[in-house]
Write a protein that binds this ligand. Structure first.
Ligand SMILES: Nc1ncnc2c1ncn2[C@@H]1O[C@H](COP(=O)(O)OP(=O)(O)OP(=O)(O)O)[C@@H](O)[C@H]1O
Length: 268
């Protein structure tokens, strides 16, 4: 259970301007109306959790933020998403540059079949984010430290393959890799959905630390997880964002009956 101090000092309650504003977004996959008039904002240094029954649009909403739907055939989107005040669909936005502001972490750890060092160095090298070999090494170390993996891999960075690590370590490696582009926002689609409880606890601890420098949007099926780590929770139902609010409020006194029933485990 989070302490009072954390709740009181939550940044979204301090009127910090949002980094992302989503305004009446609708999305169709062909004839499937997957998002219906979805609006929410995301603040710096907050963890926002998306919860709701299967197929209600959580992953779809997550992918809108970094324009991951750009290459999916048959997708149509209306509404506006602004990041730092600029329309992310605007003519002046370079999609690859926009995407680089986000780190993506999937449910199943998916390290590259190469060394731990190369997994993390890849993006920085690709985008020329570091000036020298020493810079790159320092950047890789920083990402691995921030992903709480450094101590476990530092002795064999160039030997051990990412795919040889344990499941929990692989997921922390994927988080380190996601930090590689120096993103503002981390998007996580059930990041602990396929790892054990101890590894999950480490990742939750890690997310609470990363929140100091990043906004995090996490899709989770675990109500306990949302309660433990999220500053705010958004509840989706059949493509609509039904209710969003501070975590304690959402769990203790939701306004919408569907949220109360879902949290109580009556469906889902
Ligand atoms: N690429 C796609 N093409 C067609 N329909 C899709 C596609 N991706 C998702 N959908 C449909 O859009 C709706 C929302 O799916 P989405 O994956 O966003 O839900 P979700 O809440 O994340 O579900 P889950 O909790 O099961 O992961 C569902 O009806 C799904 O079948």
């Amino acid at each position: 259970m989070r302490d009072q101090t954390q709740t009181i000092h939550h940044p979204a309650q301090r009127n910090s301007p949002p980094i992302i504003e989503v305004d009446r977004v609708n999305l169709w996959y062909g004839d499937t109306h997957a998002l219906k008039d979805v609006s929410f904002d995301l603040h710096p240094q907050e963890i926002l959790a998306f919860i709701g029954p299967s197929g209600c649009g959580k992953s779809t909403a997550l992918k809108c933020l970094n324009r991951m739907h750009d290459d999916t055939r048959g997708v149509r989107i209306t509404g506006t998403i602004r990041m730092d005040g600029a329309d992310i669909q605007g003519a002046d936005i370079d999609p690859p540059l926009h995407r680089r502001k986000f780190g993506w972490v999937a449910q199943k750890p998916n390290p590259f079949p190469t060394t731990v060092f190369e997994n993390v160095a890849y993006a920085a090298r690709l985008h020329g984010l570091t000036a020298s070999k020493a810079d790159l090494a320092a950047h890789v170390e920083d990402c691995l430290r921030r992903a709480m993996l450094w101590d476990e891999v530092k002795d064999d960075l160039h030997g051990i393959a990412g795919t040889d690590l344990s499941g929990g370590q692989q997921q922390r490696l994927c988080i380190a890799r996601a930090l590689g582009t120096k993103p503002d926002v981390l998007l996580m689609d059930e990041p602990t959905g396929s790892i054990d409880p101890i590894a999950t606890a480490r990742i939750e601890e890690l997310l609470l630390t990363l929140r100091q420098d990043h906004s995090v949007v996490i899709v989770t099926h675990s109500m306990m997880q949302a309660r433990r780590i999220a500053d705010r929770v958004a509840y989706f139902h059949l493509g609509a964002l039904v209710e969003i609010g501070p975590t304690e409020l959402m769990f203790e006194s939701p306004r919408d009956r569907r949220v109360a029933d879902f949290i109580a485990g009556k469906f889902g």
